[in-house]
Design a protein around this ligand. Sequence first.
Ligand SMILES: *Cc1c(COP(=O)(O)O)cnc(C)c1O
Length: 355
Amino acid sequence: MAKLNDGGGSIPNDVANFYSDTQTKPTRAMRETVLEAAVGDEQKGEDPTTAALCARVADLLGKEDAVFMPSGTMCNEIALYIHCWRGDEIICERSSHIVNFEAGGPAAFAGAATHPLDGEHGRFTAEQVRTAIREDVGLHLPETALVSVEQTANMGGGAIWPLAQLQAVARTAKEAGVATHMDGARLFNACVKSGVAAKDFADGYDSVWVDFTKGLGCPLGAVLAGSKAFVQRAKRVKQMIGGGLRQSGFVTAACHYALDHHIDRLAEDHALAADIGRAVGQLPLVETLLPVETNIVIFDIAPEGPTAGEVATQVREEGLLIGALDERRIRVVTHLDVDAAAGERLCNALKGALS
Ligand SMILES: *Cc1c(COP(=O)(O)O)cnc(C)c1O
């Protein structure tokens, strides 16, 4: 597996960055496509490269329309804003991005409360949704407006929701008149691993988005899809918060390149993560390892071992970056800028720190 990244930036190239798949750098070939990009005013709908990307992603996701956004977080926040009234509730998993990593956005922006469920590796069941949906709200209970899922579940260790489970959750929501949203930051990882088409995973979800800055390796961008009416509203809210763009084809050319060249190769990231997971699972001071399903490896260090922060610092000295999620939990993420040799270096360094 060749190392695609030819560098630049503050992280030296001899550092193997397993901290996050968000930190990939555009490859030379991706950078070159940008030179030829046709551009126009995105805010007016006149950037041809961006319009083509939105049409392409809408088709991949089986939705009527789509809109380009600067980030995945903006896709989530705008979708929640559209689906909820102030005071409503959003059913989601406790470890989800909207609960933990969007600066309280659902409360501040949509004005909605999250109703977090304790799932299994970031996934919950239709039965849990049925129980959580408020019925006969009367004067006192908040109204359930939305069920939100994450495919793959990031803090669940990149866990894939099985298609049947996603469909059952969506059906349960719909039966109660509740809207559905899918955070598909790593949806393509789930597709490549499971062989299920993106539009099948997204079926039954009123809004869904994919991120171009995770395993797809783009410098920025995400695309939010849904019905024509939903996307029209999303464009207005995007404008409201200053997200209207100008010559965005300069960025979306890279996104087209990623759809052409960086999806199938996600299988390599999954294989490398599986290898790292196997090695980590054998270390005496590793207490639990979440099942490794895609490109994320999450494990907990036993109480008698060093802290996660200490391990991250130790491997950093060997030119390896990993994430300490809390006192004991570590996350390792594979992507197009780390290869098998880097994976071997990481396994050796972790063996040194955790044996
Ligand atoms: C990264 C991520 C986001 C946010 O995406 P950005 O493009 O970084 O704003 C949302 N949800 C999940 C599950 C993510 O992993």
